[in-house]
Design a binder for this molecule. Structure first.
Ligand code: UDP
Length: 388
């Protein structure tokens, strides 16, 4: 607790998204243990369910809407599209408005929670003379962002933030910041950690393999479907895809739907759509697969599955490779290879004892990813930045 008379650090969190995407859920899970040390104000550039969820945990939320054409510049189009004179003008006005708001709120610190917020929030923080902490949750790499965006973000990382927080070593390595930097892992909510007797207990349906994550090509659901078909086509086993196309990935969803038909597994695959209660979905799964075809920056769903007492198979790169120890608390497979993923699936299907061992150890690993630990990591950065 903060002693009487000592003002908590006033941190203004900036995010351009108010949908319940991974980074936004991570913020929602990170704030509760910070609230007795930090006066948190979240400024969102759109209205959406995140605002309501934050208010429900007692966080002040301010809507500062950003024009749709600026906010929704797609990754593939950035930053050339951002440079049309009209968009640029709107962006500049938004930066100015954000700087004014930071001054009015008397912020001690700005914490940006998304890549676009890192740019406009970084500039606004500089204008308002408030130190900025970038929380980077995306890999700043050519396979994920267009080259000009990579160069822009790397350059900006040297000029705008006082400190950079990354969600994994893998993410940090793509940015190579010259500023103070730290790796702070995203937390898993303690309520979702199953009691030890709940490990591998589940509903009554047939053997079920699940993938949780928004439908996006780089998340690799197509690789999973190929692998699933190799092992289970024509059997009673089921596949659940939990998640929806969130950022204009509807064409990919259609391709997945066509793929299950052409693989002859349409009767076995359930497109569950976006689910608020992911734990209830995980409770129905025997094995959870995470097979992103680009290195996953962090991969909260991997730890969520482990905390739910499910054995996981993940691509052996990026964040999940920092979390999972192959053969101990999960299986790691070479990425982008349906045949090797199929072999791992077959191995787990045929060996309930291995599933049990991995699930028990995975749950132990997940216990280390508490919101308190994340809060401690962030507080250490805040203190350094503010010289306290
Ligand atoms: N998620 C959810 N409902 C869904 C699919 C995903 O709430 O239908 C959540 C999931 O539980 C996880 C987050 O979305 O907490 C995704 O985070 P992750 O780091 O795995 O990926 P990102 O979306 O940030 O790339």
């Amino acid at each position: 607790m903060v002693p009487d008379g000592v003002r908590r650090i006033r941190v203004v969190y900036l995010d351009h998204v108010a949908r319940l995407s991974g980074g936004e859920l991570a913020l929602l899970r990170t704030l509760p243990p910070l609230l007795d040390r930090v006066e948190a104000i979240v400024v969102l550039a759109e209205d959406g369910p995140l605002a309501e969820r934050l208010r429900a945990i007692g966080v002040e939320v301010i809507a500062l809407p950003l024009a749709d054409d600026v906010r929704d510049v797609r990754r593939a189009g950035a930053p050339t599209a951002a440079l049309s004179p009209r968009t640029l003008w709107r962006l500049l006005r938004y930066i100015e408005a954000t700087a004014r708001l930071l001054r009015r709120l008397d912020a001690d610190l700005v914490h940006t929670n998304s890549l676009k917020a890192a740019i406009y929030g970084g500039l606004a923080g500089r204008l308002a003379r408030v130190p900025v902490v970038w929380h980077v949750r995306d890999r700043i790499a050519d396979d994920y962002l267009p080259r000009p965006a990579v160069l822009l973000v790397r350059l900006a990382s040297r000029l705008l933030p006082t400190a950079v927080v990354a969600n994994s070593q893998a993410t940090l390595a793509t940015l190579r910041p010259r500023r103070r930097s730290a790796v702070v892992a995203s937390p898993v909510v303690p309520d979702s950690v199953v009691p030890s007797h709940g490990v591998l207990q589940r509903g009554s349906g047939g053997f079920t393999v699940g993938v949780v994550g928004r439908l996006a090509e780089w998340k690799g659901q197509h690789v999973f479907l190929d692998a699933f078909a190799q092992v289970f086509a024509g059997s009673p086993a089921r596949a659940w895809l939990v998640g929806s196309a969130m950022f204009g990935e509807e064409a990919y969803e259609q391709r997945l739907r066509d793929q299950v038909v052409s693989l002859g597994i349409d009767e076995q695959v359930d497109f569950r759509g976006f689910r608020e209660d992911v734990d209830a979905e995980l409770a129905e799964m025997d094995v959870v697969v995470h097979c992103s075809v680009l290195p996953e920056p962090f991969g909260q769903v991997v730890i969520e599955a482990m905390s739910a007492g499910r054995p996981v198979i993940a691509s052996a790169e990026g964040g999940p490779a920092e979390v999972v120890t192959d053969g101990v608390d999960g299986l790691l497979v070479p990425p982008r290879d349906p045949a090797l993923l199929a072999a791992a699936l077959r191995r787990l299907f045929e060996d309930p004892g291995l599933r049990q061992r991995l699930a028990v150890a995975g749950r132990e690993t997940a216990l280390g990813y508490s919101p308190e630990r994340t809060a401690e990591g962030l507080m250490a950065v805040y203190r350094q930045v503010l010289g306290r």
